[in-house]
Design a protein around this ligand. Structure first.
Ligand code: SAH
Length: 211
């Protein structure tokens, strides 16, 4: 993958800028993180195409556009604390670290958690991966300025609300009755929460317990 930087730039231009993501920091992060290291070797050549890809254990690395879109909606500032639920390959976590977030990321499948932690470490991304069911969040490091859920959920878990800093917000693909999901941004107004709905999308489901 000698030419990966050119592929990454093309990906940003065609798939991300082309669909109206304009946050310069997000565009830069997406062009600098080597996505081909986050997919199985047999998919390396396809790493920069406009699709989610299999990463084993029936899971997928999200489509580049969806990673960019969610990253833009987060409106991150350097040093903010973020909890990700659904580490998968670790790609979204790497983008968050590149954006200057302090990142904790939870994964319920042990083999994926282990592989992602090693990969992120080898690539020098400062991310802590936690092997556990993310429905309970990670109270040990709460509160978080942001929480990002990258698997489809039936509801907003009470623990996520609880672990959100004042004026912080979470973003989660919530199942909608028409099938598929829609991105929800939920802000902690303390007291109360404000919900705002964004794009329709399709993520693998949030599952119960650990494997
Ligand atoms: N963000 C990932 C893609 C997410 S795929 C990336 O950039 O590659 C969704 C991931 O969420 C899968 O790896 C799945 O195992 C994980 N997951 C599903 N339910 C979970 C739960 N309850 N807690 C933690 N992780 C979960």
């Amino acid at each position: 993958m000698q030419d990966w930087q050119r592929y990454a730039l093309d990906m940003v231009e065609d798939q991300i800028v082309g669909r109206d993501v304009r946050d310069e920091r997000v565009l830069e992060a997406m062009s600098l993180v080597p996505r081909h290291f986050f997919v199985p070797p047999e998919y390396a050549e396809s790493a920069y195409i406009d699709r989610p890809l299999p990463i084993g254990e029936q899971q997928t690395i999200s489509q580049p556009y969806m990673v960019a879109r969610m990253s833009e909606l987060l409106q991150g500032k350097t040093g903010m604390r973020i909890l990700e639920i659904g580490t998968g390959s670790g790609y979204q976590a790497a983008i968050l670290a590149a954006l200057g977030f302090r990142v904790w990321s939870m994964e319920r499948i042990g083999s994926l958690a282990l592989a992602a932690q090693k990969r992120l470490h080898d690539l020098n991304f400062d991310v802590e991966v936690i092997h556990n069911d993310g429905r309970g969040g990670y109270p040990e490091e709460a509160p978080y300025d942001r929480i990002i859920v990258t698997a489809a959920s039936a509801r907003v878990e009470a623990e996520w609300d609880r672990q959100l800093a004042p004026n912080g917000f979470l973003i989660v693909p919530l199942n909608v009755t028409t099938g598929g999901q829609r991105l929800l941004v939920r802000e902690n107004l303390k007291p109360g929460f404000r919900n705002t709905w964004y794009d329709y999308c399709r993520f693998v489901p949030l599952l119960i317990g650990v494997d």
